[in-house]
Design a protein around this ligand. Sequence first.
Ligand SMILES: [Zn+2]
Ligand SMILES: [Zn+2]
Length: 435
Amino acid sequence: MHPRRQKKIINCVSILYYRQGACYYLSVSKIAEAVKIRDFKQEAKDIQAKLVEWRRWCHRRPGVGFAVEETADYIAARLEDWGVETERGVGKTGVVGIVRGSRPGPTIGVRVDMDALPIQEENTHDFVSKYPGKMHACGHDGHIAMGLGTARLLSRHRQDLAGTVIIIFQPGEEGWRGAKAVIDDGVLQRHQVEAIVAGHIGTLSPELTLGQVGITFGPIMAAVNNFEAWVIGRGGHGALPHNTVDPVVISAEIITAWQRIISREIPPLYPAVLTVGQIQGGSTHNIIPTEVYLQGTIRYFHQSAGDILRTRLEEVMAGICKTWKAQYKFKLDQGYPPVINDPQFTKFFRKIAASLAGPENVKVLEFPTMVSEDVSFFLQAVPGTFFLLGAGNTGTDSPHHHGRFDFDESILWLGTALLTETAWQYAEGKYQQCN
Ligand SMILES: [Zn+2]
Ligand SMILES: [Zn+2]
């Protein structure tokens, strides 16, 4: 419907209600609901206070990894209130909301992550985490609110919906392969999901300011593998090193040598990162310990860079340990693949984003980010788009995964509208029409 005609109808309805004296004020979304007019931008703005309420409820009660039962209960209760069919225990603790249209059509998945991090919150606002050592420090509490908002708006218009929208609230994004668990549980096959849309709020891209939507037509986030390593020497007196095999000195050499894989062996035009985030060993100044423990992460976009890193990390470690007569153990996890947007779907999404955020606020990112996300498993299975939504909070300069991280809640309506409108148009068959 032409927007002007839509507006005219809304005005007429307002007058009609006024004349009948049934009601002197109705919000645009209530009117839209009454006459089945969809305006997800306005309707999302109208539920902004609710979005904030849902976000803060979840922020107070963070769950880490798969231990997100309290959050899952809360989500399922809201979905059931709105008459949305739900599945529980998907991928251990995931919740799936199914909004079925009244006519046949394609099926799209909206993916939301709902886990928090093992960090002590340092914020002082009145909705800080109730649980010591656990905090929503990545913005997933905002994603939950956006997913609930999407379910709310779609369920209001279910009678007019063609196709089906599956809203997947997954656990364990932060390194637990929760997406894989949910997919292995059959959520995509069971519902014949053909495409996926998801987003991440916050400050992950320095190219985005508040309310700007960032997209790419290919890679947007890096692949990741995490590793653990143990250098096993022979302990002894700190004053008699010749009688020991010192794992501290050997570890220092290994850490330095590993960086040379990045600078000397990976092609310079292939972005790659190697970070040793933890080193533990020893107990005091004059004891050479038996063992040093190292833990770290590698990030990359190109398969060949990943192959070099995965092979050479252990080879370099083995070589140095052999030279200095130490033993070692090395463990590399299966990791996440890179997040790669489907160019065709992203074209479709860009148009929708421009209509909601304004074309000037939709940016094709010059650089992807070295951060990783397990939404990559969904995007390996079906085409789709993972977008970034700028939500920097001027009240804090703390980055994601920091005890003082916070995002600007004013973008919650926009995130909701982006997910809702994309899901609606896809389920209506608009994506197939534009291809
Ligand atoms: Zn995170
Ligand atoms: Zn995150």
